[in-house]
Design a protein around this ligand. Structure first.
Ligand code: GDP
Ligand code: MG
Ligand code: K
Length: 297
Protein backbone atom coordinates (compact mmCIF):
# COMPACT_ATOMS: atom_id res chain seq x y z
CA UNK A 1 0.00 0.00 0.00
CA UNK A 2 1.28 3.42 -0.86
CA UNK A 3 1.02 5.62 2.19
CA UNK A 4 2.89 8.55 0.72
CA UNK A 5 0.91 11.69 0.32
CA UNK A 6 0.35 12.93 -3.17
CA UNK A 7 2.84 15.65 -4.10
CA UNK A 8 1.39 18.87 -5.41
CA UNK A 9 3.44 21.62 -6.94
CA UNK A 10 2.99 24.95 -8.60
CA UNK A 11 3.87 28.59 -8.83
CA UNK A 12 3.11 31.01 -6.05
CA UNK A 13 3.43 34.80 -6.18
CA UNK A 14 3.90 36.92 -3.08
CA UNK A 15 2.68 40.43 -3.74
CA UNK A 16 1.95 43.54 -1.77
CA UNK A 17 3.10 47.12 -1.32
CA UNK A 18 6.59 47.72 0.05
CA UNK A 19 7.33 46.91 3.69
CA UNK A 20 4.46 44.59 4.40
CA UNK A 21 6.99 41.83 5.00
CA UNK A 22 7.11 39.90 1.71
CA UNK A 23 10.85 39.23 1.83
CA UNK A 24 10.72 38.28 5.48
CA UNK A 25 7.90 35.87 4.76
CA UNK A 26 9.69 34.33 1.80
CA UNK A 27 12.91 33.89 3.74
CA UNK A 28 11.06 32.35 6.59
CA UNK A 29 9.29 29.94 4.26
CA UNK A 30 12.20 28.83 2.15
CA UNK A 31 15.20 29.49 4.37
CA UNK A 32 18.37 31.40 3.75
CA UNK A 33 19.99 29.12 1.23
CA UNK A 34 17.52 29.61 -1.51
CA UNK A 35 16.99 33.27 -0.91
CA UNK A 36 20.66 33.74 -1.76
CA UNK A 37 19.92 32.22 -5.13
CA UNK A 38 16.80 34.24 -5.33
CA UNK A 39 18.35 37.64 -4.96
CA UNK A 40 20.29 37.04 -8.11
CA UNK A 41 17.72 35.16 -10.08
CA UNK A 42 16.10 37.94 -12.01
CA UNK A 43 13.67 37.23 -14.72
CA UNK A 44 10.41 38.62 -15.78
CA UNK A 45 8.28 35.79 -16.91
CA UNK A 46 9.14 33.89 -13.80
CA UNK A 47 11.61 35.36 -11.45
CA UNK A 48 12.05 32.50 -9.05
CA UNK A 49 12.79 33.79 -5.62
CA UNK A 50 12.74 30.52 -3.78
CA UNK A 51 11.56 26.95 -3.85
CA UNK A 52 10.17 25.14 -0.85
CA UNK A 53 9.86 21.39 -1.14
CA UNK A 54 8.38 19.48 1.76
CA UNK A 55 6.93 15.99 1.93
CA UNK A 56 3.66 16.76 0.18
CA UNK A 57 4.20 19.92 -1.80
CA UNK A 58 6.58 22.04 -3.78
CA UNK A 59 6.00 25.76 -3.77
CA UNK A 60 7.86 27.65 -6.47
CA UNK A 61 7.79 31.26 -5.39
CA UNK A 62 8.03 33.83 -8.12
CA UNK A 63 8.50 37.51 -7.76
CA UNK A 64 6.77 40.20 -9.71
CA UNK A 65 8.99 42.78 -11.35
CA UNK A 66 8.66 46.30 -10.04
CA UNK A 67 5.19 46.70 -8.66
CA UNK A 68 4.54 50.40 -9.08
CA UNK A 69 1.93 51.91 -6.88
CA UNK A 70 2.98 55.51 -7.00
CA UNK A 71 3.74 57.41 -10.19
CA UNK A 72 1.80 55.92 -13.04
CA UNK A 73 3.93 57.09 -15.94
CA UNK A 74 4.26 55.07 -19.13
CA UNK A 75 7.20 53.06 -17.88
CA UNK A 76 5.48 52.16 -14.66
CA UNK A 77 2.37 51.19 -16.51
CA UNK A 78 4.52 48.95 -18.70
CA UNK A 79 6.05 47.42 -15.61
CA UNK A 80 2.64 46.83 -14.15
CA UNK A 81 1.67 45.06 -17.34
CA UNK A 82 4.63 42.80 -16.65
CA UNK A 83 3.26 42.18 -13.20
CA UNK A 84 -0.12 41.31 -14.57
CA UNK A 85 1.47 38.95 -17.07
CA UNK A 86 3.45 37.19 -14.36
CA UNK A 87 0.41 36.83 -12.17
CA UNK A 88 -1.68 35.43 -14.99
CA UNK A 89 0.81 32.55 -15.07
CA UNK A 90 0.98 31.62 -11.40
CA UNK A 91 -1.28 29.16 -9.67
CA UNK A 92 -1.97 31.07 -6.51
CA UNK A 93 -1.30 34.60 -5.31
CA UNK A 94 -0.46 35.54 -1.73
CA UNK A 95 -1.58 39.13 -1.27
CA UNK A 96 0.24 40.45 1.78
CA UNK A 97 -0.95 43.35 3.89
CA UNK A 98 0.20 44.64 7.24
CA UNK A 99 -2.29 44.04 10.04
CA UNK A 100 -4.21 47.23 10.73
CA UNK A 101 -3.08 49.09 7.65
CA UNK A 102 -4.92 49.15 4.36
CA UNK A 103 -4.91 52.20 2.17
CA UNK A 104 -4.59 53.45 -1.39
CA UNK A 105 -1.21 51.78 -1.90
CA UNK A 106 -2.55 48.38 -0.97
CA UNK A 107 -5.59 48.95 -3.14
CA UNK A 108 -3.39 49.86 -6.10
CA UNK A 109 -1.67 46.48 -5.83
CA UNK A 110 -4.93 44.67 -5.30
CA UNK A 111 -6.28 46.21 -8.50
CA UNK A 112 -3.56 44.52 -10.54
CA UNK A 113 -4.36 41.03 -9.32
CA UNK A 114 -6.04 38.71 -11.79
CA UNK A 115 -9.72 38.02 -11.24
CA UNK A 116 -9.45 34.39 -12.22
CA UNK A 117 -6.68 33.26 -9.88
CA UNK A 118 -7.04 32.17 -6.31
CA UNK A 119 -5.81 34.97 -4.08
CA UNK A 120 -5.09 34.36 -0.41
CA UNK A 121 -5.13 37.37 1.85
CA UNK A 122 -2.12 37.16 4.14
CA UNK A 123 -2.41 39.50 7.09
CA UNK A 124 1.15 39.80 8.30
CA UNK A 125 2.61 41.31 11.48
CA UNK A 126 -0.29 40.22 13.65
CA UNK A 127 2.23 40.12 16.51
CA UNK A 128 1.99 43.93 16.51
CA UNK A 129 -1.71 43.89 17.34
CA UNK A 130 -2.29 43.22 21.01
CA UNK A 131 -6.09 43.13 20.92
CA UNK A 132 -7.13 40.74 18.20
CA UNK A 133 -10.71 42.14 18.00
CA UNK A 134 -9.14 45.22 16.46
CA UNK A 135 -8.45 43.12 13.41
CA UNK A 136 -12.13 42.57 12.66
CA UNK A 137 -13.01 45.97 11.17
CA UNK A 138 -9.72 45.90 9.34
CA UNK A 139 -10.52 42.52 7.79
CA UNK A 140 -13.97 43.75 6.87
CA UNK A 141 -12.46 46.70 5.02
CA UNK A 142 -10.00 44.58 3.05
CA UNK A 143 -12.44 41.84 2.13
CA UNK A 144 -14.95 44.46 0.97
CA UNK A 145 -12.55 45.26 -1.89
CA UNK A 146 -12.36 41.76 -3.30
CA UNK A 147 -13.24 38.26 -2.34
CA UNK A 148 -10.38 36.05 -1.24
CA UNK A 149 -10.16 32.29 -1.31
CA UNK A 150 -8.82 32.38 2.24
CA UNK A 151 -7.67 34.81 4.88
CA UNK A 152 -4.65 33.81 6.94
CA UNK A 153 -3.21 36.00 9.68
CA UNK A 154 0.52 35.36 10.14
CA UNK A 155 3.63 36.69 11.73
CA UNK A 156 6.57 36.27 9.39
CA UNK A 157 9.14 37.32 11.96
CA UNK A 158 7.77 35.01 14.64
CA UNK A 159 7.01 32.20 12.20
CA UNK A 160 3.36 32.06 13.29
CA UNK A 161 0.66 30.37 11.21
CA UNK A 162 2.97 29.64 8.31
CA UNK A 163 1.93 25.99 8.21
CA UNK A 164 -1.68 27.07 7.85
CA UNK A 165 -0.71 29.40 5.06
CA UNK A 166 1.12 26.65 3.20
CA UNK A 167 -1.77 24.25 3.68
CA UNK A 168 -4.16 26.79 2.16
CA UNK A 169 -1.86 27.52 -0.76
CA UNK A 170 -1.17 23.83 -1.40
CA UNK A 171 -4.78 23.23 -2.41
CA UNK A 172 -4.27 25.37 -5.50
CA UNK A 173 -1.09 23.76 -6.76
CA UNK A 174 -2.11 21.92 -9.92
CA UNK A 175 0.84 19.67 -10.74
CA UNK A 176 1.10 16.18 -9.38
CA UNK A 177 4.84 15.90 -9.73
CA UNK A 178 7.78 18.11 -8.79
CA UNK A 179 8.47 20.99 -11.12
CA UNK A 180 12.02 21.28 -9.85
CA UNK A 181 14.39 18.78 -8.35
CA UNK A 182 14.29 18.71 -4.58
CA UNK A 183 17.74 20.17 -4.37
CA UNK A 184 17.19 23.28 -6.43
CA UNK A 185 20.76 23.63 -7.59
CA UNK A 186 20.81 20.72 -9.97
CA UNK A 187 22.05 21.01 -13.53
CA UNK A 188 18.51 21.41 -14.61
CA UNK A 189 17.78 24.42 -12.49
CA UNK A 190 21.24 25.83 -13.10
CA UNK A 191 20.44 25.62 -16.76
CA UNK A 192 17.18 27.36 -16.13
CA UNK A 193 18.77 30.04 -13.98
CA UNK A 194 21.43 30.59 -16.63
CA UNK A 195 18.74 31.38 -19.17
CA UNK A 196 17.01 33.64 -16.69
CA UNK A 197 20.20 35.62 -16.11
CA UNK A 198 20.60 36.23 -19.80
CA UNK A 199 16.97 37.20 -20.03
CA UNK A 200 17.41 39.66 -17.21
CA UNK A 201 20.23 41.36 -19.14
CA UNK A 202 17.98 41.58 -22.17
CA UNK A 203 15.41 43.39 -20.11
CA UNK A 204 17.96 45.72 -18.60
CA UNK A 205 19.79 46.54 -21.80
CA UNK A 206 17.09 46.48 -24.46
CA UNK A 207 14.23 48.50 -23.07
CA UNK A 208 10.83 47.19 -22.23
CA UNK A 209 9.19 45.99 -25.43
CA UNK A 210 11.66 43.86 -27.35
CA UNK A 211 12.48 41.39 -24.57
CA UNK A 212 8.90 40.20 -24.51
CA UNK A 213 9.41 38.83 -27.99
CA UNK A 214 12.70 37.10 -27.26
CA UNK A 215 13.55 33.93 -25.49
CA UNK A 216 16.76 32.25 -24.42
CA UNK A 217 17.66 28.68 -25.19
CA UNK A 218 20.51 26.97 -23.43
CA UNK A 219 21.77 24.66 -26.16
CA UNK A 220 24.58 23.09 -24.18
CA UNK A 221 25.45 23.13 -20.50
CA UNK A 222 28.56 21.23 -19.50
CA UNK A 223 30.07 20.92 -16.07
CA UNK A 224 33.78 20.18 -15.81
CA UNK A 225 34.81 20.32 -12.17
CA UNK A 226 34.41 23.91 -11.18
CA UNK A 227 33.98 25.16 -14.74
CA UNK A 228 30.66 25.43 -16.52
CA UNK A 229 30.52 25.82 -20.27
CA UNK A 230 27.26 27.36 -21.32
CA UNK A 231 26.13 27.86 -24.91
CA UNK A 232 23.07 30.03 -25.21
CA UNK A 233 20.99 31.27 -28.11
CA UNK A 234 18.92 34.39 -27.83
CA UNK A 235 15.95 33.69 -30.05
CA UNK A 236 14.28 36.64 -31.72
CA UNK A 237 11.38 36.98 -34.06
CA UNK A 238 12.85 39.13 -36.79
CA UNK A 239 16.12 40.19 -38.41
CA UNK A 240 15.60 43.73 -37.15
CA UNK A 241 15.54 42.44 -33.62
CA UNK A 242 18.69 40.47 -34.19
CA UNK A 243 20.54 43.65 -35.15
CA UNK A 244 19.33 45.37 -31.99
CA UNK A 245 20.42 42.54 -29.73
CA UNK A 246 23.85 42.44 -31.35
CA UNK A 247 24.25 46.20 -31.23
CA UNK A 248 26.80 48.41 -32.94
CA UNK A 249 29.97 46.45 -33.45
CA UNK A 250 28.58 43.67 -31.30
CA UNK A 251 28.67 45.87 -28.23
CA UNK A 252 25.26 45.01 -26.82
CA UNK A 253 25.57 41.27 -27.04
CA UNK A 254 29.07 41.47 -25.61
CA UNK A 255 27.74 43.35 -22.65
CA UNK A 256 24.85 40.94 -22.19
CA UNK A 257 27.26 38.02 -22.17
CA UNK A 258 29.79 39.63 -19.84
CA UNK A 259 27.27 40.74 -17.26
CA UNK A 260 25.38 37.45 -17.37
CA UNK A 261 28.61 35.50 -16.99
CA UNK A 262 29.63 37.56 -13.96
CA UNK A 263 26.29 36.93 -12.29
CA UNK A 264 26.47 33.22 -13.06
CA UNK A 265 29.96 32.93 -11.59
CA UNK A 266 28.70 34.43 -8.38
CA UNK A 267 25.64 32.20 -8.28
CA UNK A 268 27.41 28.97 -9.22
CA UNK A 269 30.48 29.87 -7.23
CA UNK A 270 32.78 28.77 -10.03
CA UNK A 271 34.17 29.68 -13.43
CA UNK A 272 31.82 30.11 -16.35
CA UNK A 273 32.60 30.04 -20.04
CA UNK A 274 29.61 31.59 -21.75
CA UNK A 275 28.94 31.76 -25.46
CA UNK A 276 25.91 33.73 -26.60
CA UNK A 277 24.59 34.21 -30.12
CA UNK A 278 21.38 35.38 -31.74
CA UNK A 279 19.04 33.22 -33.74
CA UNK A 280 16.08 34.41 -35.77
CA UNK A 281 13.13 32.10 -35.62
CA UNK A 282 9.81 33.60 -36.46
CA UNK A 283 6.89 32.25 -34.54
CA UNK A 284 9.08 30.85 -31.74
CA UNK A 285 6.52 32.04 -29.31
CA UNK A 286 4.36 28.95 -29.35
CA UNK A 287 3.28 27.09 -26.29
CA UNK A 288 5.91 24.43 -26.47
CA UNK A 289 8.76 26.86 -26.58
CA UNK A 290 7.24 28.98 -23.90
CA UNK A 291 6.98 25.98 -21.61
CA UNK A 292 10.57 25.11 -22.30
CA UNK A 293 11.67 28.62 -21.51
CA UNK A 294 9.89 28.26 -18.21
CA UNK A 295 11.99 25.25 -17.38
CA UNK A 296 9.63 22.47 -18.34
CA UNK A 297 10.79 19.57 -20.41
P1 GDP B 1 8.80 43.85 1.94
O1 GDP B 1 9.20 45.20 1.46
O2 GDP B 1 7.37 43.63 1.76
O3 GDP B 1 9.65 42.77 1.36
O4 GDP B 1 9.04 43.85 3.54
P2 GDP B 1 10.26 43.30 4.40
O5 GDP B 1 10.25 41.83 4.45
O6 GDP B 1 11.50 43.95 3.94
O7 GDP B 1 9.83 43.82 5.85
C1 GDP B 1 9.64 45.18 6.14
C2 GDP B 1 9.77 45.40 7.62
O8 GDP B 1 8.72 44.73 8.31
C3 GDP B 1 11.07 44.83 8.20
O9 GDP B 1 11.54 45.72 9.17
C4 GDP B 1 10.64 43.53 8.84
O10 GDP B 1 11.46 43.14 9.90
C5 GDP B 1 9.23 43.87 9.29
N1 GDP B 1 8.39 42.68 9.43
C6 GDP B 1 8.19 41.73 8.50
N2 GDP B 1 7.37 40.77 8.95
C7 GDP B 1 7.03 41.12 10.22
C8 GDP B 1 6.18 40.53 11.23
O11 GDP B 1 5.58 39.46 11.06
N3 GDP B 1 6.05 41.22 12.39
C9 GDP B 1 6.70 42.40 12.61
N4 GDP B 1 6.51 42.99 13.79
N5 GDP B 1 7.50 42.96 11.69
C10 GDP B 1 7.67 42.34 10.51
MG1 MG C 1 11.22 43.00 0.00
K1 K D 1 10.24 41.15 -2.75
Amino acid sequence: MNTEKQIRSGYVAIVGRPNVGKSTLLNRLVGEKISIVSRKAQTTRHRITGILTNDDAQFVFVDTPGFQTEHTNALNRAMNRGVTQTLADVDVVLFVVEAGRFDAKDKAVLKLLPEDRPVILVVNKVDKIAEKEKLLPFLAAVTAERSFTAVVPVSATKGKQLEQLLAEARQYLPHEELLFAEDELTDRSERFLASEYIREKLFRLLGDELPYSTTVEIEKFEVEGNLRRIYAAIVVDRDGHKAIVIGKGGETIKRIATEARQDMEKLFDGKVYLEVWVKVKSGWNDDERLLRSLGYE
